[in-house]
Write a protein that binds this ligand. Sequence first.
Ligand SMILES: *Cc1c(COP(=O)(O)O)cnc(C)c1O
Length: 370
Amino acid sequence: MEQWQRDIKDSIDDVETLEKVLGVPADAVREIVKEYPIRITPHVLKTIKKKGDAIWKQVVPSLSEGEEDLSCASGDPLHEEEDSPVPNLVHRYPDRALLFVTNQCPIYCRFCTRKRFVGSPGTLTPAELKQVIDYISAHTEIRDIILSGGDPLMVVDMLLERVLSALRTIPHLKIIRIGTRVPGSLPSRITENLCLMLKKYHPLYMNLHFNHPDEITPEVATACGRLADAGIPLGSQTVLLDGVNDDPDTMKRLMQNLLSIRVKPYYIYQADLVRGTHHFRTRVEKGLKIISALRGHTSGMAVPHYVIDAPNGGGKVAILPQETLLYMDENEVVVQNYEGKQFQYPQAKQAPAVGARSPRPYSMVPFHTD
Ligand SMILES: *Cc1c(COP(=O)(O)O)cnc(C)c1O
């Protein structure tokens, strides 16, 4: 057994251990954990400093998960099941698809979008993999596949390699991505052997899940360094969570610390409307404030896209603070920088289109500045 597998064995995954180690009364959360399993790795446990802190909130079950909430009534608010042409594959966007490799995760985030199935046993079978490969082979428009789950790094190297090598038989599939929380929560999984295997399947990208600066420990920095040294470009995905990271200072530290461990911030997500997660939701104004506090105030490299994954399968929509482009007409635009200072920028003259009678009129951008 490898160290990472021992770490999984040594994780908190039942209410009795949870009570013993963290003092959460087992009887209070027993029913919740039956529906939504727990797992807290020894590494993550070490990063909990006190009851109710940012790490605790993400992994320790709370009674709020059992509350009914009308805004979060669905198990599958993104309609992933409706956009699934074959089991374990979600094909929503024209040129890319999402593949669920396993239901297992290193930790079970209490706000998970896929609370409906994570934690139950189950890993892609050879027959299911074949169906997926057949579908992607027949759909030549798919050029990008994202391995997800669950967490694709929770399967042993041999199984993961079986998936990667099968995908690499498809000529039109240019890019493979892996979405994972493993480097930040089970860093022992990022072994030299894993990296040697992964680097055979370039171009391979990884997006790593991080929500709080306390998650970036020396062990995590080492794990990310190994992946980066294997030539894997690393991005991050963060969920905006009430009481965890919903303030500009925490987010700025997180994004800056990610860059310093060679991870380029990619997305901040508005929380999805998932049953059992309503207590994590924040208002969109908070996300906009965070983006405004980043842009211009720190490295542009540290500024991710802020997105809402639209309910009912609408897909990701980027949300931008609106106070940057104040005015636009055919002659000029007026922009506002991060300090609130305004600047006029002249438009290029429009070249008359060949055969056009008159230039198309520009529309005014209906922005307001209050
Ligand atoms: C997020 C997502 C993708 C990838 O989207 P990008 O914006 O390209 O990162 C692909 N498919 C589904 C179903 C997704 O939810």
